[in-house]
Every structure is written in C-alpha cells, then in structure tokens.
Ligand binder design. Structure first.
Ligand code: HEC
Length: 190
C-alpha cells in the first residue's frame, strides 16, 4: 500500500514536473543575458549599416541579420528568442495570445508611469500536455528607429519597405512609444 502511494506520487510528479526555484532563477538570468546580447548586436549592426549606406541599405540588416541573430541565440541558450509587437512589419513576428496580453499590459504599465526599459514580465505556464517558461521585455522606440518605423519615412526607404513587406503595420511610431518586445519561450517538461 505504501509502495503504491509512493509510486503514484512519483508518477504524478513526473506528469506535472514542477519548475524549481533554481530553474526559474536560471531562466531569468539566461533570458536577461540573451536579450542583452540580441539588443546590442542588432543595434550595433543597424547603426553601422546606416552610417555605411543609409537607412535603405540598413533594411537588409533588419530583414536578414535580425532573424539570423535570433536563430543563433536560440541555439546558444536552448530556448526560442524573437521579437514581436502589437503592430508588426514581418507577419512571422506576430504576437500570439499570451504575447498580445503582455504587450497590452506593458501599454497600461507605461501609461501608469513605468519606464519602458523596466517593463518585463515572466510566467510559468502549465497545461496538461506542456509546460513552459515565458518572458518578455519591452523595446522602446528611439530616434534612429523613426527612419523606418516613424510617420515621416523617406521615399526610397518607404519604397523598399513596401516591396519587402506588403502588409507592414509597423509605421507611425513616435519617440518614446513601445515599439515591441523581446519574447522568450522555453519548454520545461522532460
Ligand atoms: C533601416 C530600417 C529600420 C530601422 C532603422 C529600424 N528597424 Fe525595426 N524593423 C525593420 C525591418 C525591415 C523589420 C522586419 C524584420 C524582419 O523581417 O523580421 C523590423 C522589425 C522590427 C521589430 C520586430 C517586429 C516587427 O515589426 O516585425 C522590432 C521590435 C523592431 N523592428 C524594433 C526596432 C527598433 C526598436 C528600432 C530602433 C532601435 C528599429 N526597429 C529600427 C527596419 C528597421
């Protein structure tokens, strides 16, 4: 009888394997490091491409380099890292339900006075068949972003964007808006 109870307890704990505090903390640290690396690498590539060839040339950086950085960081850290927004340029970056809710929550928190670079949210999501850790960090709209995401985009830049992204929603942003967020997803069930 006692053996059976232990076995059931073991099985139950296997089914809904809880995320330990250590795992949580590790996830937070790794997420922070990955986001930092993503942001710095991308911004560096963007700024030097604009310097070298202007914003039209730099579109290539966002178009090709951003997804490559995301893929290599995902491999390095063992989770999915990407960028998303309530208004996306690339439909591949569209927010899922959880991300949309968090992005709306970020807008509310910003409205209530929180600084954009302090807006983060993470959650452990348990379902019958899956378990994952998720986290997001808001991305502010800076001056340089307006060249391609603002309201007054230069004609050749706009023409290139129209060609590459016929469903572009990511224009009309102002300095100090939330442009989007980094988003991380890690499956934790073995
Ligand atoms: C040279 C033009 C250009 C500049 C400058 C630029 N972006 Fe973008 N941005 C793009 C392109 C192109 C994409 C689509 C990338 C893709 O295909 O994944 C994009 C996508 C994004 C996305 C992913 C969500 C989406 O809309 O698809 C975010 C977030 C983003 N940019 C934030 C920024 C921020 C923040 C800055 C300023 C630091 C910035 N961008 C500056 C061109 C630019």
């Amino acid at each position: 009888m006692r053996k059976l109870t232990v076995l059931c307890w073991l099985l139950a704990s296997l089914v809904s394997y809880p995320v330990t505090a250590d795992e949580q903390q590790n996830f937070q640290q790794q997420s922070k490091a990955a986001i930092q690396e993503f942001a710095t690498t991308l911004k560096g590539a963007l700024v030097s491409a604009i310097k070298a060839g202007g914003p039209t040339e730099a579109i290539q950086v966002c178009n090709q380099v951003a997804p490559t950085i995301a893929a290599s960081l995902s491999k390095k850290y063992g989770f999915d890292i990407a960028r998303t927004s309530l208004k996306v340029r690339n439909p591949n970056n569209k927010a899922d339900c959880w991300e949309q809710t968090v992005l709306l929550q970020f807008e509310d928190r910003k409205q209530a006075g929180e600084a954009i670079n302090m807006l983060t949210f993470s959650e452990e999501i348990n379902r019958d068949d899956s378990q994952e850790l998720r986290m997001m960090k808001a991305i502010p709209t800076g001056e340089v972003c307006l060249k391609c995401h603002g309201s007054n985009i230069a004609e050749p830049v706009q023409a290139t964007l129209d060609k590459l992204y016929p469903d572009d929603q990511a224009t009309g942003f102002s300095l100090g808006d939330i442009r989007g967020a980094f988003t991380i997803r890690k499956a934790t069930q073995q």
